[in-house]
Design a protein around this ligand. Structure first.
Ligand code: MG
Length: 209
């Protein structure tokens, strides 16, 4: 099933760090995962991956995508840091604010009925979330060891049997990028609870046994 032209264009134009092939893999997985239970994305940023995941939910027509982010950007995205983007700066808030970009992209992609944005730290949200099962979990929030492990510990057990755990920015070679997501994948695999389904560029896909 191809992604609608409207959604594909918005996803490709959206600010963010996700290859088209990775986005298409997320789309395909969310077609399946959202048939069983809601999907959850940790790290909405400006909505690039959100559009691919939300499009799968819309297509299947069963369960929505929840996407959680504090929307203040990561440490490297603050003024004066390496990945600061002046277009994301809010003078009123005195820092980065990615929420308007997410909302704009969801509207342009026609996905407001299928994507439910939540403004929060993901672990804080998890403390108040009643377990109901997730068909797909995408971990792409803070990339420190603490953040990545916190997201996994808070949310991974909610993935239903047969459901998907996707982790972005997995770089086995430290020369390619930070190691926390890679360490998380090693840890998850060591538990025996997950079947490794392979990687699409830096996107690793696991399935709950
Ligand atoms: Mg990422």
């Amino acid at each position: 099933m191809p992604v609608r032209e409207q959604a594909r264009r918005v996803a490709e134009e959206a600010k963010g760090f996700l290859a088209v092939a990775e986005g298409m893999r997320l789309y395909e997985l969310s077609l399946e995962g959202s048939a069983w239970a809601p999907c959850l994305e940790i790290g909405s940023y400006c909505g690039k991956s959100t559009v691919y995941l939300g499009e799968g939910c819309r297509e299947t027509g069963r369960h929505p995508l929840f996407t959680v982010d504090h929307h203040r950007g990561s440490e490297e995205q603050q003024p004066g840091q390496a990945y600061f983007d002046p277009a994301l700066y809010s003078a009123e808030l005195g820092g980065t604010n990615t929420l308007p970009w997410l909302l704009r992209n969801l509207r342009r992609a026609g996905l407001e009925d299928w994507v439910i944005p939540i403004i929060s730290e993901s672990t804080r949200l998890g403390r108040f979330w009643s377990p109901g099962g997730l068909g797909l979990l995408f971990i792409d929030g803070g990339h420190s060891e603490e953040d990545v492990l916190g997201d996994y510990r808070t949310w991974a057990h909610q993935v239903i049997r047969g459901g998907y755990l996707c982790v972005h920015d997995v770089f086995p070679d430290p020369r390619d990028g930070g190691q926390a997501p890679y360490h998380l994948v090693l840890h998850a695999r060591s538990t025996g609870a997950w079947e490794y389904l392979g990687a699409e560029e830096s996107l690793v896909v696991l399935r709950r046994r």
